[in-house]
Design a protein around this ligand. Structure first.
Ligand code: FVH
Length: 288
């Protein structure tokens, strides 16, 4: 028999996680603050607990997927977690993960913090993955069970590391969407078709530009190759004024673009004119 699992929280994501466990034949107990949510899980074979305590008692592996960190602590506080592995997939900060790990250890649980890199429709599919950090033995024990939801990626015993990876990827995503949304606002300022602009130009352009990321990462790890900058920062800083001026001229708020212009100017002022985009990253760190 597969490992029994409990899922606390049946929002859009918790429901998808419970469905994935049921599809992989794990005996699955579910609990949600508001009773009766996601009734299709009952038809699929889930056992519905009436309290969080009852749900936790049912399984050695407890997956938690609630709105924010504070709801996790208010839900679990005072409950018996002795001998359980808690995999908390609620979005949070590295500091919150470390605090919750300390709290969980006092409550007798092995703690894994997780960061879900998927939307609900992707759960159980090949593109979804989940970062984990925390108790290495608990990860080893439950790796195959966790794989029912998404490919598990263990990133270290410091419980804060999964959240760090998760938040870093979300930061990249929001930066990318912010840029794309600004581009669509600009195109729309002249009634350019959003569909044609996106399919024929925006997606191919972003895809081509993303190809430069491995080289930026290599420069960061190993130092820049002298004279290799095909698009030096001095040139980029000078051209960047055109992005701001065009936004203003077209009646589009340049707020999402302005910080990058400031960073480019800071890099030039610090003597990095002949370098490439990797030179910006140390400037983002405290004291950079
Ligand atoms: N959905 C997504 O695209 C993203 C993908 C990446 C990971 N996130 C994170 O997953 C957590 C849950 O997100 P969700 O999409 O399931 O969110 P909702 O559908 O809004 O459901 C929220 C659940 O949390 C329960 N809840 C809220 N407050 C409390 C509380 N004080 N005590 C106990 N439970 C609480 C809520 O219960 P109810 O309102 O139905 O009673 C839902 O079960 C989240 O961290 C994302 O950032 C999702």
């Amino acid at each position: 028999m597969k490992t029994p699992v409990t899922v606390l929280g049946l929002g859009a994501m918790g429901t998808a996680l419970a469905r994935a466990f049921l599809a992989a034949d794990h005996p699955t107990t579910v609990w949600n603050r508001t009773p009766g949510r996601s009734p299709e899980l009952d038809t699929l074979g889930a056992t519905r607990a009436t309290t969080a305590a009852e749900a936790i008692a049912a399984s050695p592996l407890v997956v938690v997927c609630l709105l924010v960190d504070a709801t996790v602590r208010s839900t679990l506080d005072g409950l018996d977690l002795t001998g359980k592995t808690v995999a908390n997939l609620t979005n949070g900060t590295p500091a919150q993960a470390r605090d919750t790990a300390t709290w969980a250890a006092k409550a007798g649980a092995a703690y894994l913090d997780g960061g879900i890199m998927a939307v609900p429709a992707m759960i159980g599919g090949p593109a979804a993955f989940i970062f984990y950090s925390g108790a290495p033995d608990a990860f080893e024990r439950h790796q195959a069970d966790l794989a029912a939801m998404a490919r598990p990626e263990y990133v270290g015993s410091d419980p804060g590391l999964a959240a760090l990876h998760d938040i870093a990827l979300l930061s990249a995503m929001y930066g990318m969407f912010g840029g794309a949304q600004h581009a669509l606002a600009l195109a729309g300022s002249e009634k350019v078709s959003a569909v044609r602009f996106t399919e024929d130009f925006l997606l191919p352009w972003l895809t081509a530009m993303l190809g430069s990321l491995p080289r930026i990462a290599k420069d960061l790890d190993e130092g820049p190759e002298p004279g290799a900058a095909g698009s030096n920062l001095g040139m980029q800083a000078a051209a960047y004024d055109n992005l701001i001026d065009t936004s203003v001229g077209q009646g589009v708020d340049p707020a999402l673009l302005a910080p990058m212009g400031e960073l480019l100017r800071k890099a030039v002022a610090a003597g990095h004119s002949d370098e490439d985009l990797a030179a910006l990253i140390p400037l983002l760190r405290a004291g950079g």
